[in-house]
Design a protein around this ligand. Sequence first.
Ligand code: AMP
Ligand code: MG
Length: 320
Amino acid sequence: MKDFYELETISMGTIITQKIYGENSQKAALKVEEEIKKLESLMSFFLETSEISKINRNAGLNAVEVSADVLYVLNRAKYFSEVSSGAFDITIGPVAKLWGIFTDKAKIPSQEEITSSLKFTGHRDITIDNSLGSVKLEKVGESIDLGAIAKGYAADKAIEIYKQYNIDSAFVNLGGNVMVLGTKPDGSPWKIGIQNPLLRRDLCLGAVHAVNKTIVTSGDYVRYLQKNNKKYHHILDPRTGYPSDSGLISTTIVSEKSIGADAISTAIFVLGLEDGVKLVNSLKDMEAIFITEDKEIHVTEGLKKDFHFFDEVEGFIYKI
Ligand code: AMP
Ligand code: MG
């Protein structure tokens, strides 16, 4: 039996679990923990000292010099906004803040508040100067929130570090952003559960068999505010400023890079089934699972061989 090391860390607003096999497993796990904490300190919307907060404070005023990590993530985020016609938009900051779904101050804002906060969004207002390594938001009051992409980037970093430590079998889960390196030590694929969106965590309605892949899910059950029999969840539609109401309750992307999987799983949640399938099919190396509020499960062609539906899950229909 090879060496094995498991580590849980609280960072980026979630629980991060690593399971690593190999001689350097402990060293690799600790290095990844350190790296993720560093990324959180650079990218957090909530920490005043983060580079993202610095960009936000300087909105409409100054360009801010940032680290290579933040510059890379912002360039990718702009690209994913373009390809998703703005369904993915990191300038959602003012609207997300208004809803406060991640804080104990969550409330349902008025239509006027939402309309006025939407004036301070728009991914085209992020100006990046790659030669200077600086970033500027065009209007006072605008802000960037990397909540839908930073964990994906961190997962990619984790896998890079495992490789540097000659690890060939590892699993990392950043609160729904899963990535696996190689196979399980016995040579079989990792089996990644897809959560039943209507039930408690860790009750799954199917699994994806994966080798060297990332599996990223966006769901309406992750964070929400329940009021008047309605669920106000944390994935916002940048067109309306309200929680996305596209008929989907969970979307999953399976891909080789987690940064894109994270951004696109959020984007297709907002776009809905039809436009979501179109977007996924137009992108290289992406497959998806869509779960609708009518309990239908739709899986893109290339993923059908690796997706295993648990037939006993009541009420859900796997549309083939
Ligand atoms: P995820 O769980 O990856 O789908 O990301 C959801 C988080 O990203 C939310 O908690 C917000 O911080 C932020 N967010 C919400 N809606 C959007 C959106 N349409 N585009 C980009 N980020 C968003
Ligand atoms: Mg995401």
